[in-house]
Design a protein around this ligand. Sequence first.
Ligand SMILES: Cc1cc2nc3c(=O)[nH]c(=O)nc-3n(C[C@H](O)[C@H](O)[C@H](O)COP(=O)(O)O)c2cc1C
Length: 407
Amino acid sequence: MNILRFLTAGESHGKALVGIIEKIPSGMALSSEDIDDELKRRQLGYGRGGRMKIEQDRAQILSGVRWGKTIGSPIALLIENRDWMNWQEGMSSESVHEGSLAPVTKPRPGHADLGGALKYNHKDVRNVLERSSARETAMKVALGAIARKFLSFFSVHIGSCVTQIGTAAMPETMLNELRSRLAVPDFLKKIDASPVRCPDADTAGNMTALIDKAQQNGDSLGGRFEVVAAGIPAGLGSHIQWDRRLNGMLSQAFMGIQAIKGVEIGDGFACSDKFGSQVMDEIFYRDPEPDNKQQPSEGGIGFYRLTNHAGGIEGGITNGMPVVVRAVMKPIPTLKKPLHSIDLITKESLKAAYERSDTCAVPAAAVIGEAMAALVIADAFLEKFGGDSLDETKRNYDAYIDYLKKF
Ligand SMILES: Cc1cc2nc3c(=O)[nH]c(=O)nc-3n(C[C@H](O)[C@H](O)[C@H](O)COP(=O)(O)O)c2cc1C
C-alpha cells in the first residue's frame, strides 16, 4: 500500500486488539457503529466455535475522530477481548505470573506453531499461536470498515459470497449471473442473512450438511469465496512497476488473511484452458449523457464491456468494470481428532494440541476479504485523487470523472 498505512497488534487471549490507520482524510463522518456493524458481519457464519459466542466485538475509537468526524490524524482503534477475564494471569505481561499456565508443547500441523517456535526460540507454542490466531482479523475488519466508509462517499460498494465449502459448490453459471449483484447493498443484506453467505438455498443446504458431518468427525473444512467491488473508476493502480499493479496489491492483501492459500482476479485459473477470444472483454463505447450519473460497473464512463473475465483489472489498472477477487481458504488446522505431531521438549510422538476451534470459517473469511479489498482500493483512491480533507478528495475525484466523461 502506498498512501494508506495500517498496523494491528494484540494477542488472541490478550487484553485487547489495537489498530492504527493513517491518511484517512479529515471531515469524514465516522462512528463506532460504522465499525461495529462490520464486526458483527465477521462473527456470523455456520461452523464457528465457542469463541464467537463469548466475543461480541465492539470498537472503541481512541483517536483521530472528533465530534463524529475524522480530523486527519491517525485513527487508533481498540477492541477488547472479553475472554481476557479468563486469561489474566496466563497472558499477563507481568513476570510475577510466569508459569501460571502450562506451556503448549505439541505443535499443530498447519499452524505457525512449529515454525514460530523454531524461529523465535520459544519452548511454549502459546507465544506464537496467540498472535498467529485469526482473532487478529477482527481488527482487519474494523480498519477495513473505515476504508469502506471512505469509499462510500464515492459510491463504491463491496460485497462477497461463499461459492464453495468442501465439495458443496455453487454452479458456475449461477455465479456469473450473481456477480453483478454481489455488491448491491440490498442483495448483500440477503447474503448476510445466509448462515454460509451463499445466496443459493440448495447449495447452502449442502454446505451446512457438510459442516455438520465434519464437526461430527472431529474434522474441518475450507472453501472458496468471491469479493466484488463495484463503482470503481477506470485508472486505479498502474502498469508501470510490479508493485503498483492493483491485482498484485489485492493478491498480497488477500494472501495476508490467515488460511488463504490461493487468490484469483476475475476468471483467474479458469483462463488456462480457454482461447484468447473466450477470455478477453471486448471494448464498446456509447456517448455518455451530459447528466449521466455514474452507475456501478460504469467506471469507464463512455467505454464499457459486456463481459468481465478480467475482473475489472487489465495491466494492473482498473478498467471501470467491477473488481472481482476470488480466494481459497484451506480447512481449519486445529482438529478435534488431532493429527500426528512431536513434543517440542521431549521429542516424543503424540497428537497435536486441541484448543476450542471453528469447524469452518469461510463465511467469516469472505467478510475479511471485503475489508482487505476496501483497504487496498481506498489506498488506490488516495494515490490517484489525493486530498487531506474529504472535500479535497471529492473535488479531485469529480474533476477526474468529468475528464473521463469528456475523453
Ligand atoms: C476467520 C478465520 C477463523 C479461523 N478460525 C480458526 C480456528 O478456530 N482454529 C484454527 O486452528 N484455525 C483457524 N483459522 C485458520 C488459521 O488462522 C490459519 O490456518 C493459521 O493462522 C495458519 O496460517 P496459514 O494457514 O495461513 O498458514 C481461522 C482463519 C480465519 C480467516
